[in-house]
Design a protein around this ligand. Structure first.
Ligand SMILES: [Zn+2]
Ligand SMILES: [Zn+2]
Length: 269
């Protein structure tokens, strides 16, 4: 593992093209998937260090960015890149967040976490690109390597996942994850997510997916049986068979349901 400033970089591919997992100080995970002609950066974390430099140290290929959804910890590094794709249903969220960038970098928690890296960031000189649309079924062609887009509305309305069929990998963003956040204002009802999750997992099975890398806790990839465990947990919540307890955290409050290693944070009924 190479440590470079706040980024920890690890190669996760087994096949002929490189895939790198890039952690931003253990807060958020990004992935750089290379093909023969192009590379795709999946998410851009908080972008508080020069992400374009990190990416160009890993590949000479032209890079397009795909955001798995419009949350702050997945999009703020977009300003280092020209072409960014996102599902249209998260565009409003993206605008809200990027318009608030100047305020965000003065917040105490940002200074505490990233202080040494953000001193030379001038928000007046930063502009975020408009996103181009991607939707369910789209294919991102990297040259001899394709990433398929699966729409999975739930965590946010415009959440997507990407599948690399060659490597049998799914990049799941915050949609298949150990600690699933469904209590946010922009989250959809749990039963809507459940239907979308079931459909998405079916597609992953058709694609013979073995490893699921999410946008945060990806020190080890999840497996398809982990995805099944998350489905059965959410099924229990939706049918009223799960016991939850109230929680409050920095992002809001709701009901927390714990299933072994997993947890799902839902809205109050
Ligand atoms: Zn999120
Ligand atoms: Zn996230």
């Amino acid at each position: 593992m190479i440590n470079k400033d706040i980024y920890d970089i690890e190669k996760i591919s087994n096949g002929k093209y490189d895939i790198y997992k890039i952690y931003e100080r253990y807060e958020a995970a990004m992935y750089l998937v290379c093909g023969k002609e192009k590379a795709c950066l999946i998410d851009t974390a908080y972008g508080l260090n020069d992400l374009s430099e990190i990416v160009s140290s890993l590949t000479d290929l032209p890079v397009t960015v795909v955001n798995t959804h419009g949350h702050i910890d997945h999009v703020l590094g977009n300003h280092y890149f020209d072409r960014v794709y996102m599902h249209p249903d998260d565009k409003g969220l993206y605008r809200e967040i990027t318009d608030g960038f100047a305020d965000m970098i003065t917040q105490p928690w940002v200074k505490e976490t990233y202080g040494e890296f953000i001193n030379d960031i001038d928000p007046d000189n930063i502009s975020f690109p408009d996103t181009e649309d991607i939707v369910d079924g789209d294919v991102i062609d990297l040259g001899d390597k394709e990433l398929k887009v699966i729409s999975i509305p739930g965590h946010t309305g415009g959440s997507i996942m990407l599948v690399d069929q060659d490597e049998k990998i799914c990049f799941s963003g915050d949609s298949i994850i150990e600690h699933l956040w469904m209590f946010l204002e922009e989250s959809l009802p749990a039963d809507v997510y459940l239907n979308n999750l079931r459909r998405a997992v079916e597609i992953l099975r058709e694609n013979k997916t073995e490893r699921i890398y999410n946008g945060h806790y990806s020190h080890k990839p999840l497996t398809m049986s982990d995805a099944d465990a998350i489905i059965s947990g959410v099924e229990k919540i939706c049918s009223g068979r799960a016991e939850g307890k109230p929680f409050t955290n920095f992002a809001g409050s709701g009901m927390e349901y714990v299933f072994g290693e997993w947890s799902v944070l839902c809205k109050n009924d």
